[in-house]
Every structure is written in C-alpha cells, then in structure tokens.
Design a protein around this ligand. Sequence first.
Ligand SMILES: Cc1cc2nc3c(=O)[nH]c(=O)nc-3n(C[C@H](O)[C@H](O)[C@H](O)COP(=O)(O)OP(=O)(O)OC[C@H]3O[C@@H](n4cnc5c(N)ncnc54)[C@H](O)[C@@H]3O)c2cc1C
Length: 256
Amino acid sequence: MKIVVFVKQVPDSAAKVTAENGQAAWGDAPMVINPWDEYAVEAALQQKEAHGGTVTAISIGSENAKEALKHALAMGADDAILVSDPALKNLDTQAIARLLAAIVQKVGGVDMAFFGRQAIDGDSGLTPAQTARLLGWPALTLAASIKLEGSTVTVERSFEEGRQIVRANLPAVFSLVKDFGEPRYPSFMGIRKASKAEIPTWTLNDLGIAAPTPAVSWPTLSNPPSREVKCEFITGSSAQEIAEKLADKLIAEKVL
Ligand SMILES: Cc1cc2nc3c(=O)[nH]c(=O)nc-3n(C[C@H](O)[C@H](O)[C@H](O)COP(=O)(O)OP(=O)(O)OC[C@H]3O[C@@H](n4cnc5c(N)ncnc54)[C@H](O)[C@@H]3O)c2cc1C
C-alpha cells in the first residue's frame, strides 16, 4: 500500500492573525503542522500498520515547512518531500491542487492520498476534492473509518447530520476527521530519525509543470470591524444569588 499524506504548515492556533498592508501577519507565533493533518498522518499510519506499505508526507511551502514534515516523520512516516520553488506565489486552492496532483503523479503508484479535512488558516477545505478531480480519482471526504478489501475501500463519512457509508475503488483521495483517535506522540526514536532526515526538495522543474495560475485573487485583506463589547460582572453574597441574577439577565436578554 503506497500512501501519501499532505501536510500544510500553519501558524499556531493560539496566534493572533491580523491584516497588515493587505497581508496576513501572525508576528512571532510559531509555525506548526496543521492540526487536522496530524489526524491524517495518524490515519495513514494505521492503514500502513493494517496493510503494510509506506507513508510519505508531502508539503508545499517554504524551506521552513520541513518542520511540519519532520513532525510527520517523528510520528512514523517513512519519508517526506518538500515542494518549493521561488516561482510559486499567490496560489489559490486550484493552483495548490494542480501541484498536489502533479506530485502524486511523479511519486507514482500511489494507492491512497490522505488530506486533513481543512487547513486552520485558509479554512476552505476544498483542496482534497479539487486534487481528486484533477487526478480523476474518487474523493472520499470526511472519512471517519476506512475498511479495505482488495482494491475496494469502504468509508464511513462523518458529518453533523449523521453518518454515510460510501464505497469506491483505489486509488482514491481521502480527507480525514478525528475519529481515528488522537494523533500519536512522536517517539524519542522518531524525533531522532526526523532530526537527521534528509528531506528532498522538488521544484517545478522536477514536477515538469509551469507555475499554476490562480483562479481567485485577493484584492483586499482587512481586520474585522472592531466590536464594542460591554462587560458586566455579576456579584452577590452567595453562588445561588449570583446564579439567580445571571438567569434573570439571560431571560431578559431572551437567551433562555
Ligand atoms: C507558495 C504558496 C503561496 C501562496 N500564496 C497565497 C497568497 O498569495 N494568498 C493567499 O491567500 N494564500 C496563498 N497561499 C495559500 C494557499 O492559497 C492555500 O494553502 C491553498 O489554497 C489551500 O487552501 P486552504 O489553506 O484553504 O486549505 P484546505 O483546502 O482547507 O486544506 C485541506 C487539506 O489540503 C492539504 N493542503 C492544503 N495546503 C497544502 C500545502 N500547501 N501543502 C500540503 N498540503 C496542503 C492539507 O492536507 C489540508 O488539511 C499560498 C500557499 C503556498 C504554498
């Protein structure tokens, strides 16, 4: 089983992201592996444990994105590839999907391409489906469990309204939710292996494609309008009195 798992490097979820001169800025906040992609790595490793094969972690980004790849290696991925090129600028989901599809084709022989359900910075959740469309592969999104019988895969999809069973043939694209369990902690040996790993960098030349043109542009980026927040402390001589005052206020505001 040849599995690739796509990981994006994102600002830490605790970072305060602001708009500065039309660009998103997050100050000195650390960059981390997209939390949803940790679940995807976990799911990929579970498939490898069940069926054998290899897990390759792949990211498109700057040299710094190697840290996200090292996290995947430390969790147990077999190898990693960074795709980086100075010509890659102003990319939207379609452009990223074009690159990811070209990467899958260059890796060759891929059975399963795993994605997180969404990136916590871009938040579109579009990339898996767009990549599947370009590859001509089934898109099995929001996968909560994966059962493989020969080359047929049965996936339980999880979404707010319920659960759905879908079936398709490999190769296929998957986006994963949290149901595979908490992502494993990198082991000590894993961290050592990751710190020594030589991660190859592929350029557009290696992929044999030109820089993809985005279909969407971003003419403006601004901070949300500031909201006036009124803060009121409810005091009282006992917890019951405070709770009653709070309940009265919530009823008056029609919250209850
Ligand atoms: C070189 C570069 C230049 C960019 N320029 C701009 C810009 O000018 N303006 C702007 O607004 N955005 C820019 N982006 C961000 C880009 O538009 C988004 O990364 C991309 O469209 C994915 O959208 P999303 O973040 O909503 O991901 P989603 O669709 O929410 O992500 C779903 C899943 O797709 C996978 N994935 C997504 N992105 C990557 C990645 N880079 N590498 C590996 N896996 C990935 C992950 O598994 C992720 O969980 C740039 C990104 C790169 C790498």
